[in-house]
Design a protein around this ligand. Structure first.
Ligand SMILES: O=P(O)(O)O[C@H]1O[C@H](CO)[C@@H](O)[C@H]1O
Length: 303
Protein backbone atom coordinates (compact mmCIF):
# COMPACT_ATOMS: atom_id res chain seq x y z
CA UNK A 1 0.00 0.00 0.00
CA UNK A 2 1.15 3.56 -0.71
CA UNK A 3 2.32 5.80 2.11
CA UNK A 4 -0.74 7.41 3.72
CA UNK A 5 1.29 10.20 5.30
CA UNK A 6 2.82 11.14 1.92
CA UNK A 7 -0.68 11.15 0.39
CA UNK A 8 -2.28 13.30 3.07
CA UNK A 9 0.71 15.70 3.14
CA UNK A 10 0.31 16.13 -0.63
CA UNK A 11 -3.46 16.66 -0.35
CA UNK A 12 -3.12 19.25 2.42
CA UNK A 13 -0.48 21.08 0.39
CA UNK A 14 -3.13 21.62 -2.30
CA UNK A 15 -5.78 23.05 0.05
CA UNK A 16 -6.47 26.26 1.97
CA UNK A 17 -6.36 25.68 5.73
CA UNK A 18 -10.18 25.79 6.24
CA UNK A 19 -10.59 22.72 3.98
CA UNK A 20 -7.69 20.65 5.32
CA UNK A 21 -9.66 18.92 8.09
CA UNK A 22 -12.85 17.45 6.57
CA UNK A 23 -15.37 16.14 9.08
CA UNK A 24 -17.44 13.91 6.75
CA UNK A 25 -16.44 11.77 3.76
CA UNK A 26 -18.77 11.14 0.83
CA UNK A 27 -18.42 8.69 -2.07
CA UNK A 28 -20.44 9.47 -5.20
CA UNK A 29 -21.61 6.43 -7.18
CA UNK A 30 -22.36 6.06 -10.90
CA UNK A 31 -23.95 9.23 -12.24
CA UNK A 32 -24.14 10.78 -8.75
CA UNK A 33 -21.22 13.23 -8.81
CA UNK A 34 -23.67 16.14 -9.26
CA UNK A 35 -23.27 16.73 -5.53
CA UNK A 36 -20.24 18.85 -6.49
CA UNK A 37 -22.65 21.59 -7.65
CA UNK A 38 -23.83 22.31 -4.08
CA UNK A 39 -20.43 22.30 -2.39
CA UNK A 40 -19.17 25.78 -1.48
CA UNK A 41 -15.53 26.82 -1.88
CA UNK A 42 -14.93 23.61 -3.78
CA UNK A 43 -11.35 22.58 -4.54
CA UNK A 44 -10.85 19.54 -6.76
CA UNK A 45 -7.68 17.46 -6.94
CA UNK A 46 -7.41 15.05 -9.92
CA UNK A 47 -6.94 11.46 -8.82
CA UNK A 48 -3.99 10.95 -11.14
CA UNK A 49 -2.02 13.60 -9.26
CA UNK A 50 -2.57 12.03 -5.82
CA UNK A 51 0.11 9.56 -4.65
CA UNK A 52 -1.37 6.06 -4.26
CA UNK A 53 -4.59 6.80 -6.14
CA UNK A 54 -5.62 5.04 -9.33
CA UNK A 55 -7.73 6.59 -12.09
CA UNK A 56 -11.48 6.10 -12.33
CA UNK A 57 -12.18 4.71 -15.80
CA UNK A 58 -15.94 4.15 -15.70
CA UNK A 59 -18.38 6.39 -17.56
CA UNK A 60 -20.39 8.48 -15.09
CA UNK A 61 -17.50 8.60 -12.62
CA UNK A 62 -15.35 11.70 -12.48
CA UNK A 63 -11.81 11.17 -11.31
CA UNK A 64 -11.40 13.90 -8.70
CA UNK A 65 -11.25 14.29 -4.96
CA UNK A 66 -13.23 17.36 -3.94
CA UNK A 67 -12.95 19.37 -0.74
CA UNK A 68 -15.36 22.06 0.34
CA UNK A 69 -18.18 23.11 2.64
CA UNK A 70 -21.59 21.47 2.47
CA UNK A 71 -25.01 22.43 3.78
CA UNK A 72 -26.45 25.46 5.54
CA UNK A 73 -23.97 24.95 8.37
CA UNK A 74 -20.90 24.80 6.06
CA UNK A 75 -19.62 21.39 7.12
CA UNK A 76 -16.12 20.63 5.79
CA UNK A 77 -16.33 17.54 3.58
CA UNK A 78 -14.15 15.41 1.33
CA UNK A 79 -15.99 13.95 -1.62
CA UNK A 80 -14.93 11.23 -4.03
CA UNK A 81 -16.31 12.29 -7.40
CA UNK A 82 -16.01 8.80 -8.82
CA UNK A 83 -14.69 5.63 -7.25
CA UNK A 84 -12.43 2.71 -8.07
CA UNK A 85 -14.02 -0.67 -8.79
CA UNK A 86 -12.25 -4.00 -8.47
CA UNK A 87 -13.40 -4.95 -11.99
CA UNK A 88 -11.42 -2.03 -13.46
CA UNK A 89 -8.29 -3.99 -12.59
CA UNK A 90 -7.31 -2.00 -9.51
CA UNK A 91 -5.89 -4.05 -6.66
CA UNK A 92 -8.44 -4.21 -3.84
CA UNK A 93 -6.03 -2.14 -1.70
CA UNK A 94 -6.29 0.68 -4.30
CA UNK A 95 -10.11 0.39 -4.37
CA UNK A 96 -10.23 1.22 -0.65
CA UNK A 97 -7.19 3.52 -0.45
CA UNK A 98 -9.24 6.77 -0.63
CA UNK A 99 -11.28 5.56 2.35
CA UNK A 100 -8.11 5.07 4.38
CA UNK A 101 -6.97 8.52 3.26
CA UNK A 102 -10.26 10.00 4.51
CA UNK A 103 -9.66 8.40 7.91
CA UNK A 104 -6.11 9.76 8.00
CA UNK A 105 -7.49 13.22 7.22
CA UNK A 106 -9.67 12.96 10.33
CA UNK A 107 -13.04 11.96 8.84
CA UNK A 108 -15.35 10.27 11.36
CA UNK A 109 -18.40 9.46 9.23
CA UNK A 110 -18.61 8.24 5.64
CA UNK A 111 -21.66 8.47 3.40
CA UNK A 112 -21.39 6.08 0.46
CA UNK A 113 -23.73 6.19 -2.54
CA UNK A 114 -24.09 3.83 -5.46
CA UNK A 115 -26.31 2.80 -8.34
CA UNK A 116 -27.75 -0.68 -7.93
CA UNK A 117 -30.12 -3.20 -9.49
CA UNK A 118 -33.22 -4.23 -7.55
CA UNK A 119 -33.77 -7.90 -6.74
CA UNK A 120 -36.89 -7.16 -4.73
CA UNK A 121 -40.23 -6.64 -6.53
CA UNK A 122 -41.29 -4.30 -3.71
CA UNK A 123 -38.36 -1.94 -4.43
CA UNK A 124 -38.99 -0.22 -7.79
CA UNK A 125 -36.60 1.71 -10.00
CA UNK A 126 -35.98 5.20 -8.61
CA UNK A 127 -36.16 4.15 -4.95
CA UNK A 128 -33.27 5.07 -2.67
CA UNK A 129 -32.40 2.13 -0.44
CA UNK A 130 -30.96 2.80 2.99
CA UNK A 131 -28.64 -0.17 3.28
CA UNK A 132 -28.75 -2.05 6.60
CA UNK A 133 -26.60 -5.06 5.76
CA UNK A 134 -24.62 -6.65 2.98
CA UNK A 135 -24.02 -9.97 1.31
CA UNK A 136 -20.52 -10.06 -0.14
CA UNK A 137 -19.69 -13.25 -1.97
CA UNK A 138 -16.21 -11.95 -2.93
CA UNK A 139 -15.45 -11.30 0.76
CA UNK A 140 -16.42 -14.86 1.58
CA UNK A 141 -14.26 -16.46 -1.11
CA UNK A 142 -11.05 -14.43 -1.07
CA UNK A 143 -11.39 -10.84 -2.32
CA UNK A 144 -11.66 -9.32 1.12
CA UNK A 145 -9.96 -5.90 1.36
CA UNK A 146 -8.52 -6.88 4.75
CA UNK A 147 -6.61 -9.91 3.44
CA UNK A 148 -2.92 -9.77 4.23
CA UNK A 149 -0.81 -8.42 7.06
CA UNK A 150 -2.38 -6.00 9.54
CA UNK A 151 -1.79 -2.39 8.48
CA UNK A 152 -0.80 -1.43 12.03
CA UNK A 153 -1.02 -2.84 15.56
CA UNK A 154 -4.14 -0.64 15.97
CA UNK A 155 -6.03 -2.49 13.22
CA UNK A 156 -8.00 -5.54 14.28
CA UNK A 157 -7.27 -8.96 12.77
CA UNK A 158 -10.91 -10.09 12.92
CA UNK A 159 -13.24 -7.21 12.21
CA UNK A 160 -16.89 -7.75 13.19
CA UNK A 161 -19.43 -6.53 10.62
CA UNK A 162 -22.65 -7.08 12.57
CA UNK A 163 -22.96 -3.34 13.16
CA UNK A 164 -21.31 -2.09 9.95
CA UNK A 165 -24.22 0.16 8.91
CA UNK A 166 -24.66 2.74 11.66
CA UNK A 167 -28.21 2.78 12.99
CA UNK A 168 -27.87 6.40 14.16
CA UNK A 169 -26.83 7.51 10.66
CA UNK A 170 -29.69 5.50 9.13
CA UNK A 171 -32.09 7.28 11.47
CA UNK A 172 -30.80 10.61 10.16
CA UNK A 173 -31.69 9.65 6.58
CA UNK A 174 -35.33 9.23 7.51
CA UNK A 175 -35.29 12.48 9.47
CA UNK A 176 -33.75 14.27 6.49
CA UNK A 177 -36.36 12.72 4.17
CA UNK A 178 -39.09 13.99 6.49
CA UNK A 179 -37.63 17.51 6.44
CA UNK A 180 -37.52 17.33 2.63
CA UNK A 181 -41.16 16.12 2.55
CA UNK A 182 -40.17 13.10 0.48
CA UNK A 183 -42.92 10.56 -0.10
CA UNK A 184 -42.68 7.43 2.02
CA UNK A 185 -42.14 5.34 -1.11
CA UNK A 186 -39.00 7.34 -2.06
CA UNK A 187 -36.98 5.37 0.51
CA UNK A 188 -36.70 1.69 1.38
CA UNK A 189 -34.41 -0.34 3.61
CA UNK A 190 -32.50 -3.35 2.39
CA UNK A 191 -29.47 -5.57 2.01
CA UNK A 192 -26.86 -4.83 -0.69
CA UNK A 193 -25.16 -7.73 -2.49
CA UNK A 194 -21.65 -7.00 -3.73
CA UNK A 195 -20.63 -8.81 -6.90
CA UNK A 196 -17.27 -8.32 -8.63
CA UNK A 197 -18.72 -7.42 -12.03
CA UNK A 198 -18.24 -6.21 -14.67
CA UNK A 199 -20.88 -8.61 -16.01
CA UNK A 200 -24.43 -7.95 -14.90
CA UNK A 201 -26.08 -10.91 -13.22
CA UNK A 202 -27.38 -13.88 -15.15
CA UNK A 203 -31.01 -14.72 -14.29
CA UNK A 204 -29.86 -17.67 -12.15
CA UNK A 205 -27.37 -15.46 -10.30
CA UNK A 206 -30.07 -12.86 -9.69
CA UNK A 207 -32.41 -15.51 -8.34
CA UNK A 208 -29.61 -16.91 -6.15
CA UNK A 209 -28.87 -13.50 -4.60
CA UNK A 210 -32.56 -12.85 -4.01
CA UNK A 211 -33.02 -16.22 -2.33
CA UNK A 212 -29.95 -15.50 -0.24
CA UNK A 213 -31.66 -12.39 1.16
CA UNK A 214 -30.32 -9.49 -0.91
CA UNK A 215 -32.60 -6.64 -2.01
CA UNK A 216 -30.23 -4.78 -4.32
CA UNK A 217 -27.02 -5.67 -6.13
CA UNK A 218 -24.03 -3.67 -7.30
CA UNK A 219 -20.32 -3.89 -8.05
CA UNK A 220 -18.91 -1.50 -5.44
CA UNK A 221 -19.37 -0.14 -1.93
CA UNK A 222 -18.74 -3.17 0.28
CA UNK A 223 -14.92 -2.96 0.09
CA UNK A 224 -15.25 0.73 1.05
CA UNK A 225 -17.55 -0.14 3.96
CA UNK A 226 -15.15 -2.80 5.22
CA UNK A 227 -12.16 -0.43 5.02
CA UNK A 228 -14.13 2.38 6.71
CA UNK A 229 -15.06 0.08 9.58
CA UNK A 230 -11.46 -1.12 9.73
CA UNK A 231 -10.49 2.53 10.24
CA UNK A 232 -13.13 2.99 12.96
CA UNK A 233 -15.41 5.30 10.94
CA UNK A 234 -19.22 5.25 11.04
CA UNK A 235 -20.82 4.28 7.74
CA UNK A 236 -24.04 5.02 5.90
CA UNK A 237 -24.88 3.65 2.45
CA UNK A 238 -27.55 4.85 0.04
CA UNK A 239 -28.27 2.79 -3.09
CA UNK A 240 -30.23 4.34 -5.93
CA UNK A 241 -32.17 1.62 -7.76
CA UNK A 242 -31.52 2.18 -11.46
CA UNK A 243 -32.89 -1.06 -12.90
CA UNK A 244 -34.52 -4.37 -12.10
CA UNK A 245 -32.40 -7.45 -12.21
CA UNK A 246 -34.08 -9.86 -14.59
CA UNK A 247 -35.27 -12.85 -12.59
CA UNK A 248 -37.77 -14.90 -14.62
CA UNK A 249 -39.75 -17.23 -12.33
CA UNK A 250 -39.04 -20.10 -14.72
CA UNK A 251 -37.28 -20.60 -18.03
CA UNK A 252 -39.09 -20.17 -21.32
CA UNK A 253 -39.01 -23.51 -23.06
CA UNK A 254 -37.49 -23.27 -26.53
CA UNK A 255 -38.55 -26.87 -27.13
CA UNK A 256 -42.22 -26.01 -26.47
CA UNK A 257 -41.87 -22.93 -28.68
CA UNK A 258 -40.53 -25.00 -31.61
CA UNK A 259 -43.13 -27.73 -31.07
CA UNK A 260 -45.91 -25.10 -31.11
CA UNK A 261 -44.49 -23.58 -34.31
CA UNK A 262 -44.32 -27.01 -35.97
CA UNK A 263 -47.92 -27.71 -34.91
CA UNK A 264 -49.03 -24.37 -36.39
CA UNK A 265 -50.09 -23.02 -32.95
CA UNK A 266 -49.69 -19.32 -32.09
CA UNK A 267 -46.48 -18.59 -30.17
CA UNK A 268 -46.39 -15.71 -27.69
CA UNK A 269 -42.78 -14.70 -27.14
CA UNK A 270 -41.74 -13.32 -23.74
CA UNK A 271 -40.55 -9.74 -23.65
CA UNK A 272 -36.90 -9.58 -22.69
CA UNK A 273 -35.28 -6.81 -20.65
CA UNK A 274 -31.57 -6.19 -20.94
CA UNK A 275 -29.87 -3.92 -18.43
CA UNK A 276 -27.27 -1.41 -19.65
CA UNK A 277 -24.96 1.13 -18.02
CA UNK A 278 -26.68 3.85 -20.12
CA UNK A 279 -29.95 3.00 -18.34
CA UNK A 280 -28.13 3.09 -14.99
CA UNK A 281 -26.76 6.56 -15.77
CA UNK A 282 -30.10 7.86 -17.07
CA UNK A 283 -31.92 6.97 -13.84
CA UNK A 284 -28.98 8.36 -11.88
CA UNK A 285 -29.42 11.66 -13.71
CA UNK A 286 -33.18 11.68 -13.11
CA UNK A 287 -32.87 11.00 -9.38
CA UNK A 288 -29.61 12.84 -8.70
CA UNK A 289 -31.48 15.80 -7.16
CA UNK A 290 -33.17 13.65 -4.51
CA UNK A 291 -29.91 11.90 -3.66
CA UNK A 292 -28.13 15.26 -3.48
CA UNK A 293 -30.73 16.79 -1.14
CA UNK A 294 -30.78 13.71 1.05
CA UNK A 295 -27.01 13.59 1.45
CA UNK A 296 -26.93 17.32 2.15
CA UNK A 297 -29.79 16.92 4.67
CA UNK A 298 -27.94 14.16 6.53
CA UNK A 299 -24.72 16.22 6.62
CA UNK A 300 -26.63 19.19 8.06
CA UNK A 301 -28.22 16.99 10.75
CA UNK A 302 -24.94 15.32 11.58
CA UNK A 303 -22.80 18.35 12.20
O1 LIG B 1 -21.61 1.15 -7.70
P1 LIG B 1 -21.48 2.30 -8.65
O2 LIG B 1 -20.09 2.81 -8.70
O3 LIG B 1 -22.47 3.38 -8.37
O4 LIG B 1 -21.77 1.74 -10.12
C1 LIG B 1 -22.71 0.74 -10.48
O5 LIG B 1 -22.98 0.96 -11.86
C2 LIG B 1 -22.07 0.16 -12.66
C3 LIG B 1 -22.89 -0.74 -13.55
O6 LIG B 1 -23.80 -0.04 -14.32
C4 LIG B 1 -21.25 -0.66 -11.69
O7 LIG B 1 -20.00 -0.06 -11.46
C5 LIG B 1 -22.11 -0.66 -10.46
O8 LIG B 1 -21.39 -0.94 -9.27
Amino acid sequence: MADLTATTDFIRSQLPSELQHPRIGIVCGSGLSGLAAVIHNIQKIPYESIPGFGTSTVQGHHSELAFGLLGKNNVPVVVMLGRFHFYEGHPISTVVYPIRVMAKLGVKEVIITNAAGSLNPDIPVGTIVVVHDHLALPNLVGTNPLLGPLLSPNHRRFLPLSDAYSSSLRRLVFRAAHQLSLEKSALAEGTYAWVCGPTYESPAEGRFLRHAGADVVGMSTVPEVVAARDEGMEVMVLSLVTNFVVIPPSYWSIREEVEAELAGKPVVLPTSQIVSHEEVLAIGKEKAEVMKSLVQGVVELLA
